[in-house]
Design a protein around this ligand. Structure first.
Ligand code: OOG
Ligand code: NI
Length: 466
């Protein structure tokens, strides 16, 4: 092969996530403010909590913290979803999980493109929450047909992106120059366009059917609508935001504050109202506005097993059944109080979470454990090893999303804090048909990470035992 060596997709993803962050910082100034605030809070949290600092260091999470973020896009057609899967594969990002957002009255279903291997996650965990518009949920038949036609006429990738994806697939990688060019080209897909591709009357009709339909159909491509840094203390950031001129949504989505964080807590602030140039009847243009882009922060905790997740879902829905946050955040305090109270039923120590099989952990032998094995020459059971401090277990971080939380984020950025519960009508099959692949099951990935760590730890302990 006379060609240059291939770049690892993890490297290309790092280039991409940096480029996206720089682009978004230039487009949305509040994002830069948020990054500064998060960096400050994270540094303070680490300084005050040496145990947390050591755990993160052991898990290789300290280095990734500063670059960690996720974004979101909304696609219009099955063909766009099919091709975005191929594009994200170049960046080492693969579809994990299926999310039905119709539960929130939002006509989309989604997946998260993300690195799946531990090592890839450690290098750069960049993820993109990717939604596909469900045109079949638009009731007005004429409007549905018009939206379908408009979407069928757009091309969200530059020709060069298609060529480079073909090269990647044919040759199993891109060389350095191609990878850099790919990142530059693919950035165009996610860029903001202040000119709509439709007349204002069409925009208004789409908007009346659902704001999200207008956001997807009226523009040239799937502009990135937020980029979310990871904080170690979301409550501190939530409190710090107003002081920097940012108004967060009424409540933090997800579980309440706990000593042992589980899953994912998120909060967001409203987008800019952006000036848009629409096409006018006479071939000229008219000005209007559109809101799509927002800011968000997240705090990640331990990944839960199916048993833990069922308990989480039950506790959360019991709160949401009894307290619904109203427009403008009414009842937010009641909601938070109930949430904290009901989650008392969710064990809040690492050992209880482990003993009851509620969460996933990464095991490693302790120096005492290795010494004890060398003395005793037998390796006892996993539980005994853990009980004697011969095996350490650290939380495996949740790398995915939560449909109810995502719904809350969608909702608040579509203009209201009001919580609503809708009937679900998921259609994973149609989603995977469009994607051209199955989405990975996130529980399988966490279970495998845990099992691999157990196998590795036991192998080391057995070796020490001789
Ligand atoms: C995506 C909203 C969901 C999250 O972090 O759960 C989301 C969107 O508004 O397109 O970003
Ligand atoms: Ni998000």
């Amino acid at each position: 092969d006379v060609r240059s060596p291939k770049v690892h997709p993890d490297e290309t993803r790092s280039l991409f996530s940096t480029a996206m962050s720089n682009m978004y910082r230039a487009e949305v100034p509040q994002y830069g403010t948020l990054l500064d605030l998060v960096a400050e809070v994270n540094a303070g949290t680490l300084a005050n909590d040496p145990v947390l600092e050591q755990t993160l260091r052991r898990n290789g999470e300290l280095d990734r913290l500063g670059v960690e973020r996720h974004g979101a896009i909304r696609l219009g057609t099955p063909d766009e979803l099919f091709n975005i899967r191929r594009v994200f594969a170049v960046l080492g990002m693969h579809p994990v999980g299926y999310y039905d957002l119709s539960v929130a009255g939002v006509p989309v279903h989604s997946t998260a493109f993300r690195p799946v291997k531990d090592e890839a996650l450690r290098r750069n965990p960049f993820r993109v929450f990717t939604s596909l518009l469900r045109l079949e949920l638009i009731e007005d038949e004429a409007l549905r047909a018009e939206a379908t036609r408009i979407l069928s006429e757009r091309e969200i990738f530059t020709p060069r992106v298609h060529e480079l994806v073909d090269v990647f697939e044919a040759e199993g990688g891109l060389d350095q120059a191609e990878a850099e060019e790919f990142v530059r080209e693919v950035l165009e897909t996610f860029r903001w366009h202040s000119d709509a591709t439709v007349p204002v009357a069409t925009y208004n009709k789409l908007h009346d059917s659902h704001r999200l339909v207008a956001d997807v159909v009226s523009f040239r491509g799937p502009h990135i609508n937020h980029l979310t840094p990871r904080t170690l203390d979301i409550d501190a950031v939530q409190v710090g935001m107003p002081k920097r001129g940012i108004t967060p949504k009424a409540v933090i989505e997800g579980p309440p504050r706990r000593s042992c964080p589980v899953l994912l807590r998120q909060t967001s602030f409203k987008a800019l109202e952006e000036r848009i140039v629409f096409m006018a009847e006479n071939g000229g243009s008219v000005e209007g506005t559109h809101t799509a882009r927002f800011g968000e922060i997240e705090q990640r905790g331990v990944a839960l097993t199916p048993k833990g997740r069922t308990l989480y879902d039950e506790l959360l829905s019991s709160v949401r059944r009894d307290v619904q946050i109203g427009v403008a955040g009414a009842y937010a305090e009641d909601y938070q109080r109930e949430l904290a109270e009901r989650f008392m039923d969710f064990p809040d120590s690492w050992s209880e979470l482990r003993d009851q099989g509620l969460a996933y952990f990464r095991y490693s032998p302790t120096p005492e454990g290795l010494a004890a094995m060398a003395r005793e020459k037998v390796v006892p059971s996993l539980d005994q090893l853990a009980a004697h401090g011969h095996l350490r277990f650290d939380p495996i971080i949740y790398e995915d999303f939560l449909p109810v939380s995502a719904a809350g984020i969608f909702q608040s950025n579509l203009g209201t804090d009001e919580q609503q519960n809708y009937a679900e009508c998921s259609n994973r099959q149609a989603f995977e048909d469009a994607l051209g692949a199955k989405v990975a099951n996130e529980f399988d990935l966490y279970a495998k990470a845990q099992q691999d760590s157990i196998d590795g730890a036991l192998a080391q302990l057995s070796k020490a035992a001789g």
